[in-house]
Ligand binder design. Structure first.
Ligand code: C2E
Ligand code: MG
Ligand code: MG
Ligand code: MG
Length: 287
């Protein structure tokens, strides 16, 4: 009797769930033509040394949907990973970001996110090689951000690709560090050029003992392994002061600047001889 009830419960039609599912499929369908229809764009967020000197920007994808407006990557990247369209989107992102960065003064670097799916389909190292050649960007100015997801499925193949990428001269950063299952093991398996502390540990670090302990231990780990650490999601002066006191090398976050169209940062990029102070670009609301 109870079993029968359970089965009946599972068959209950949920119109809300149905609507969400159809919406996801519709979005996923539209996404397949987003590159061809030139609906994707990149926003750029500054990254700086702890003294406020800007060293580069992270490229973050946005989708301008013809009817829904700007769609967040948190929504469309997972959809693109599911049906493989991330391969085309990822290639577009990489090419566009490198093309943009090639026009900047040479000390400035560009960071680009890679999806684990890009490691499984297509020849990623050859793609990066040809994009660097086509855009003329020096390999040392490109940093590829990967998450532990890359190393979870078929770690051996992923490591081979990462080594080929490094031999091109590009840098590899471990993104969202501390949020996955295999954090420590992944640091041991590959010499990352940088560790990015996830925003969830950084926000409120100044007033939260647990976050502070985690951030300190990641900084200690980075120092021991010779991997510089960048903190993402730095929003307040208190967080910045904490990170400086604890020896963090670099920061990224709203305190420095939000992801924006690159035109917003044009003045900081051109004609400053490669030295920029984050106080010059902080939006007035933060001053
Ligand atoms: P991520 O690579 O960890 O990027 C950092 C995210 O944190 C960005 O969200 C950025 O806008 C946000 N953020 C930075 N500083 C702050 C801050 O101070 N406060 C707060 N509240 N947020 C901050 P966004 O742009 O929505 O991107 C989300 C994620 O989508 C990225 O996380 C990345 O994993 C993924 N993504 C974005 N662009 C691409 C892409 O071109 N390719 C791939 N594979 N993934 C991408
Ligand atoms: Mg990233
Ligand atoms: Mg991150
Ligand atoms: Mg993140």
């Amino acid at each position: 009797r109870a079993k029968a009830d359970g089965r009946r419960m599972l068959q209950v039609f949920d119109p809300e769930m149905d609507r969400q599912t159809r919406e996801r499929y519709a979005l996923q369908h539209d996404l397949r033509t987003a590159v061809a229809h030139q609906e994707l764009l990149l926003h750029y967020q500054p990254q700086a040394r702890i003294d406020g000197t800007i060293c580069g920007f992270e490229a973050l994808a946005r989708w301008r949907h013809p009817k829904r407006g700007l769609v967040s990557p948190a929504t469309f990247i997972p959809l693109a990973e599911q049906d493989g369209s991330i391969v085309e989107i990822g290639e577009w992102t990489l090419r566009e970001a490198c093309r943009e960065a090639a026009s900047w003064p040479s000390p400035l670097q560009i960071a680009v996110n890679l999806s684990p799916v890009q490691f499984r389909f297509g020849d990623l190292a050859s793609l990066v090689h040809s994009i660097l050649f086509d855009t003329g960007l020096a390999p040392g100015r490109l940093e590829l951000e990967i998450t532990e997801g890359v190393l979870i499925r078929d770690a051996q193949t992923a490591l081979t690709i990462l080594r080929r990428l490094k031999s091109l001269g590009v840098k590899i950063a471990m993104d969202d560090f501390g949020t996955g299952y295999a954090s420590l093991a992944s640091l041991q398996s590959f010499p990352f050029d940088k560790i990015k502390i996830d925003r969830s540990f950084v926000s409120g670090v100044a007033g939260n003992g647990q976050s502070a302990a985690i951030v300190r231990s990641i900084l200690t780990l980075g120092a021991a392994l010779g991997m510089p650490v960048i903190a993402e999601g730095v929003e307040t002066e208190e967080e910045l002061d904490f990170l400086r006191a604890e020896g963090c090398a670099e920061i990224q976050g709203y305190l420095l600047g939000k992801p924006q169209m690159i035109e917003i940062y044009a003045e900081q990029i051109s004609g400053r001889g490669g030295r920029f102070d984050y106080r010059e670009i902080k939006s007035p609301a933060l001053l």
